[in-house]
Design a protein around this ligand. Structure first.
Ligand SMILES: NC(=O)c1ccc[n+]([C@@H]2O[C@H](COP(=O)([O-])OP(=O)(O)OC[C@H]3O[C@@H](n4cnc5c(N)ncnc54)[C@H](OP(=O)(O)O)[C@@H]3O)[C@@H](O)[C@H]2O)c1
Length: 325
């Protein structure tokens, strides 16, 4: 038996139940991994509250990102051996001391990436990889607006976009977070709880507006985010921290200057193993060189997963949060 955090009935953080579960021997194509660090993500909240249904139904082990050591290997696995250090985005199922992982979803960790860094960046960093390199090719001079710039995805995206030469504008919920965002690649910060962020974007860009807006907030920042985009620019709605965006009239894109809009997810971009490996290599390169740092700013014992969720939803966290089994 191993310690895990399960949900038996969807709801608030209190439904996260710390208990023992059994883990079977790995089947064909599977690895058994002893997890050293587990990432906490907003998507874990979406599963916990029932916004995303767990594929295997209730109860389910929460969590979508972790890193650890291979302790057993199922039939047909040749790419990994016992003792390999691995990380993965594979969920739900990560809030546990040990788990089974499909080998074709795991990536070997370079020596210079720690388990904690890996757990703080596999889901968030691979997301940033596709957002700045694939969904929109950020380059020298690109004007980027990133909402929740001091969050888990936010701090990584701001650093990476800056590294690519972008002019980065970030929104944040407090003055402390603004300071952190500026230390991590933001050229300009906007306190969007107090300031009109559309007016500030117009002022900062001298009316040019942004080439791309990355919006993981959803309901609370829509449709104002569209007003920050230059004609034929791109709106990337990649999350719903404040709740999902309701159905909207597509003519809103025409009225603001033939805008493009997309609602991407990492699952699609990393669906093929070759893409997963190429994206991970790119992520490990920018982290390994020091161009992008992974700020793991909150650590909790696994049994305190409910506190980790309260802090994340309460907007009390910055950077990445991890659970230690
Ligand atoms: N599509 C994908 O592939 C993908 C992958 C990973 C993550 N995501 C999305 O990326 C976003 C960020 O994820 P994360 O795990 O890194 O979280 P996070 O940014 O660390 O935390 C969410 C942040 O959103 C801001 N926020 C604004 N309104 C909020 C509200 N009503 N409730 C809670 N937070 C609110 C808060 O920052 P301030 O206090 O600064 O406002 C909060 O710290 C989420 O929407 C997530 O679903 C999408």
């Amino acid at each position: 038996m191993v310690a895990a955090v399960r949900v038996h009935k969807v709801g608030g953080p209190e439904v996260l139940t710390y208990e023992d579960i059994s883990v079977q021997a790995p089947g064909p194509g599977q690895l058994r991994v002893k997890q050293h660090a587990i990432g906490v993500n907003f998507v874990d909240v979406y599963f916990r509250i029932g916004l995303y249904p767990p594929p295997g139904g209730l109860p389910f082990v929460v969590g979508n990102e972790a890193a650890g050591e291979v302790v057993d290997i199922g039939p047909g696995v040749s790419e990994f051996k016992r003792g390999d250090r691995v990380a993965y985005v594979q969920g739900p199922g990560c809030y546990a001391a040990e788990r089974l992982v499909p080998a074709d979803r795991a990536v070997k960790l370079p020596d210079k990436i720690s388990y904690e860094q890996a757990a703080g960046m596999m889901l968030k960093g691979l997301t940033v990889q596709y957002l700045v390199r694939r969904t929109f090719k950020v380059e020298e001079g690109t004007i980027v607006l990133m909402h929740a710039a001091a969050g888990g995805v936010g701090l990584i995206l701001c650093q990476w976009a800056k590294h690519l030469g972008a002019n980065v504008i970030g929104t944040i919920g407090s003055k402390d977070k603004a300071e952190l965002a500026r230390a991590n690649g933001c050229d300009h910060t906007i306190l969007y709880r107090d300031e009109d962020f559309v007016a500030r974007v117009k002022e900062i860009t001298g009316g040019k507006l942004c080439d791309v807006v990355y919006d993981g907030i959803g309901k609370a920042t829509f449709p104002a985010s569209l007003d920050c985009i230059r004609p034929r620019g791109l709106f990337v709605s990649f999350g719903s921290a404040s709740g999902p965006i309701s159905a909207f009239d597509i003519n809103m894109l025409q009225q603001r200057g033939s805008l493009f809009a997309t609602r991407p997810t990492l699952n699609t971009y990393a669906a093929k193993r070759a893409d997963l490996l190429a994206m991970a290599e790119d992520l490990f390169a920018v982290v390994g060189s020091g161009a992008v740092k992974i700020p793991v700013n909150q650590r909790y014992p696994l049994k305190d997963a409910a506190k980790a969720h309260r802090d994340l939803e309460g907007r009390h966290t910055t950077g990445s949060s991890i659970l230690i089994p």
